[in-house]
Write a protein that binds this ligand. Structure first.
Ligand SMILES: [Zn+2]
Length: 287
């Protein structure tokens, strides 16, 4: 059964570790992540972007697949199914479809509008026992042409959003989505400390977790980050393993073209990536 991310994140915050959000794209991704979380006895958050939701034939398909997989694979660790960077409308759709957690990303709105929309969703998600992630300020990334410094959030705005009663808060601390540029300045720990100081017990979320040096991730967790999002790293690992399989001509040997064989090396490296992240975040045996 799917659970809200609230309890797992409050435990993580109190225990000074973080829970990983691993984005899913299809059955193989989902299976690899669920099996690894179970193997490590770790709580886990499955992230679904609007684009991935569409790709997987809609949110109800995703809910059906994940629920069935939890049952068929005998998964007993806490699993939250979470909308990643959702619009207000997508958040409503996901709640309707049976997601146990949603992110409303109002970071591109003026702060007053972000607050107004987030407040409405707090009322709804509270009533339904669904966890809600909000975001303050924009986080840099290749997609919007921002490189180098990344984006940083205003700690006072973070406090205003946290005070609305959201479950978790994403705020820019110099992180970037996608691949990090060579001239990246690193995480801004001063910003993180200032946000933590103003938001107290609120679990903070680190987006763009792929490619941040391990030491920085560890330090961010000690400063109040309780959820780290991982997406690109699994994609890069999967693509590299699949490329290696094909370049070695293995798809041409025997039944090597069978998708269950063709996709297997990619699945194994997703498992290894998730294993490494769970170890780094410290959530093993915290289920
Ligand atoms: Zn993100």
């Amino acid at each position: 059964m799917l659970v809200s991310a609230k309890e797992m994140l409050q435990k993580a915050k109190a225990g000074h570790y973080a829970v990983g959000q691993f984005n899913i794209n299809n059955l193989e991704w989902t299976k690899a992540i669920l099996l690894t979380a179970q193997e490590m006895n770790s709580p886990v958050i499955l992230g679904v972007s609007e684009g991935a939701g569409k790709y997987m034939c809609g949110y109800t398909t995703v809910v059906g697949m994940v629920n069935a997989m939890i049952y068929e694979l005998g998964i007993t660790v806490p699993v939250a199914l979470h909308l990643d960077h959702g619009s207000y409308e997508a958040a409503l759709k996901c709640i309707d479809a049976g997601f146990s957690s949603v992110m409303f990303d109002g970071s591109h709105y003026p702060i007053e509008e972000n607050i107004a929309k987030t407040r409405e969703l707090v009322a709804l998600t509270d009533r339904l026992g669904v966890s809600l992630e909000a975001e303050v300020g924009a986080i840099g990334g290749e997609e919007d042409g921002v490189v180098g410094g990344g984006e940083v959030a205003d700690p006072d705005e973070c406090k205003r959003i946290a005070d609305l009663g959201v479950t978790m808060l994403a705020a820019g601390i110099g992180n970037i989505h996608g691949k990090y540029p060579a001239n990246w300045k690193g995480l801004s720990f001063d910003t993180l400390a200032a946000i933590q100081e103003r938001t107290g017990e609120m679990p903070l979320v680190l987006h763009g977790g792929s490619g941040i040096p391990e030491e920085m991730v560890r330090k961010a967790i000690t400063l109040g980050v309780s959820k780290v999002n991982v997406n690109t790293e699994c994609q890069l690992a999967f693509a590299a393993a699949t490329r290696e399989y094909i370049e070695a001509g293995k798809d041409l040997e025997g039944k090597g073209f069978d998708p269950r064989k063709l996709l297997a090396p990619g699945v194994e490296v997703i498992k290894q990536t998730v294993r490494d992240k769970i170890t780094l975040f410290g959530s093993a045996d915290k289920a």
